[in-house]
Design a protein around this ligand. Structure first.
Ligand code: NDP
Length: 320
């Protein structure tokens, strides 16, 4: 495993992190969850990314992860980063959603109870809230660190301007923003238009979510939609309609470049996200152990030639 420094902090994060958004709720087999977490840790993945609402049902991914941690990995707690977030709908009424101090502080208390932990390593504001002063949301992040309930804080899905403002406030409070968690992949390059420059200048690291575009940047959909794919097993955030002929054709062309590099498309997609060290960690999801093994192998070939990058850009120019 390769460990990258997160922005200008003292924290190193594994270049691949494991996210528990899908396949770790109560609807998923616990033994498979356990195998995936243990294999990830064995391969050197240190960062496990959760959120209050991951499941289904919401909260169950934290409960299941907490169970696995306590049964199998407790003696390794200091070798791991446990991350969680609050910002999306979690409970009824005005205090279970968005970015108020009331919501963030009570949500982290609930997350700690579900995972049976005293602290998390990283606590995120999961999304910006235009109806709450950003000072209040950042103040809540500062409080959780001062309370000892989180070691570091981060933000997710914040725009360039919101990131700059959040960073200034957190610096003033004495709790610098450790990390930004944006969506980033060959199919979604929004962070290249300004966010990456702000993160560099503010000394903030980045962890790219959905680096495989939920499986679309793998060879999975080349021959139709398999029964055991996310489109079939969940179908909520990745639907049949998303698997367009154009997307699959582009993925096939990208796959040709990957094969020439001696990689699978999934491996090249992860390497691409990590290219030139501009992203601290690629945050993958997985439905089975073999995917984690394959994805970590991507780190064996991290370099790209200029020609390869140019060819990838040309292929992606036809994406819509
Ligand atoms: P990816 O883009 O990595 O997609 C993961 C899915 O792709 C897997 O579940 C699997 O789907 C498929 N896959 C993975 N590896 C392979 C492989 N080698 N070959 C073929 N198929 C493969 O990321 P996710 O969409 O899962 O998101 C990752 C994490 O990012 C989440 O768990 C969460 O922690 C975080 N996240 C954060 C958000 C935020 O707002 N901050 C929003 C969304 C995610 P299949 O079931 O088809 O096998």
């Amino acid at each position: 495993m390769k460990y990258n420094r997160c922005g200008k902090s003292g924290l190193l994060i594994s270049a691949i992190s494991l996210g528990l958004w899908h396949n770790f709720g109560n609807a998923s087999v616990l033994s498979n969850q356990k195998e995936m977490v243990l294999e990830a840790f064995n391969l050197g993945i240190t960062n496990f990314d959760l959120a209050n609402n991951y499941g289904p049902p919401p909260g169950s991914a934290e409960e299941n992860f907490g169970r696995i941690l306590h049964e199998e990995l407790l003696s390794h707690r200091d070798e791991m980063l446990v991350s969680t977030k609050a910002g999306y709908y979690m409970w009824p009424g005005p205090y279970g959603d968005w970015g108020s101090r009331k919501y963030l502080l009570s949500s982290l208390d609930q997350s700690l109870k579900r995972m049976k932990l005293d602290y998390v390593d990283i606590f995120y504001s999961h999304r910006p809230d235009l109806n709450t002063p950003i000072e209040e949301t950042m103040g809540a992040l500062d409080t959780v660190v001062k309370q000892g309930k989180a070691l570091y804080v981060g933000i997710s899905n914040y725009t360039v301007e919101q990131t700059l403002e959040a960073s200034k406030i957190l610096k003033r409070l004495g709790t610098p923003c450790l990390i930004h968690q944006p969506k980033y992949s060959m199919f979604n390059r929004w962070i290249e238009a300004g966010l990456q420059d702000v993160l560099d200048s503010e000394g903030i690291g980045s962890i790219a979510f959905c680096p495989l575009a939920q499986g679309q940047l793998t060879n999975k959909y080349f021959d139709g939609i398999p029964k055991d794919s996310r489109v079939e097993t969940s179908g909520v955030f990745l639907k049949e309609d998303d698997i367009t002929e154009n997307k699959v054709n582009i993925a096939r062309k990208l796959n040709d470049i990957a094969v020439e590099r001696g990689q699978s498309l999934a491996q090249m997609a992860l390497t691409w996200v990590l290219r030139k060290n501009r992203v601290t960690s690629a945050l993958i999801g997985a439905s089975r152990v073999s995917q984690i093994i394959e994805n970590v192998e991507a780190l064996k070939k991290l370099d790209f030639s200029d020609n390869e990058l140019l060819s990838i850009d040309e292929i992606l120019a036809h994406e819509n």
